[in-house]
Design a protein around this ligand. Structure first.
Ligand SMILES: [Zn+2]
Ligand SMILES: [Zn+2]
Length: 252
């Protein structure tokens, strides 16, 4: 095989980097600048102001500044109805900076991000709060779609219980956030977005995915219909028990 960047032959016993079915030799890799979104040391990296470098593979696959997130998500939003959730009709998406989006979700002292997955490791790239959906500018469309579904689900549940968002650590929040995260994980499976599915399996590390592991384990032995029934049977009583009385909503 030959190096994508310098074209020279890479001997079998030499280390290399590979992605997109391409190989990059170690000397090139060490020298190369890399794409912020996917880390690939592209041939035609372009600097995107305020964000970093973007490679030739990510470029066509990115939710760009001119793209309407609402339009992109519309065809897949009905997926949530399968889970008894009603997606917001005209979700209000707002692009904000990485730092701001991070601060909305966590006050932990997080390391600065060198690449997109450094961000995803701790925070969601789309986040619902106070009837708006905040998002990172320029993530890939698959990343946007699965995360938009998670947050549309969270928004629907938050609104039902008259909450600003689902942040928090009570059993109610762990239960509902885990459910939303699992729905996104299931969507990634059906859409064959393997990278996003792998990321959702382990991230974010700060616990925003609630008791996702519990839902994931349940899915191994239960059909979605059973899981939906379980969610509906428990969500209202958890709300009554763990939310203040003003927020305790009636049964669905
Ligand atoms: Zn090379
Ligand atoms: Zn890239």
């Amino acid at each position: 095989m030959n190096c994508y960047l310098c074209k020279s032959f890479i001997p079998e016993d030499q280390p290399f980097y590979n992605d997109y079915d391409l190989h990059v030799c170690k000397p090139c890799f060490v020298e190369a600048r890399r794409c912020f979104v996917c880390r690939f040391p592209g041939r035609a990296l372009q600097e995107v102001e305020g964000l970093g470098l973007e490679c030739e593979f990510c470029r066509g696959n990115i939710l760009a500044d001119g793209d309407d997130p609402g339009e992109l998500v519309r065809p897949i939003a009905p997926f949530l109805e399968k889970f008894g959730l009603r997606p917001a009709e005209e979700p209000d998406f707002e692009r904000i900076g990485r730092r701001e989006l991070r601060d909305l979700q966590s006050d932990a002292d997080l390391p600065p991000e060198e690449f997109m997955d450094d961000f995803l490791r701790y925070c969601y790239p789309v986040y619902y709060k106070g009837r708006r959906f905040f998002l990172l500018p320029r993530m890939t469309k698959p990343t946007f779609l699965v995360h938009a579904l998670i947050q549309l689900a969270a928004a629907n549940i938050a609104m039902r219980f008259d909450l600003e968002h689902l942040a928090g650590t009570s059993p109610f929040q762990a239960f509902t956030r885990g459910w939303c995260h699992w729905i996104g994980y299931e969507a990634a499976r059906l859409l064959k977005y393997d990278l996003e599915r792998r990321q959702l399996r382990k991230w974010p590390e700060l616990g925003a995915q609630g008791n996702f592991d519990h839902w994931k384990a349940m899915a191994r032995f239960n059909e979605p219909a059973k899981m939906i029934a379980y969610f509906n049977a428990n969500v209202a009583s958890l709300a009554r028990k763990h939310l203040g009385s003003a927020e305790a909503a009636p049964d669905p």
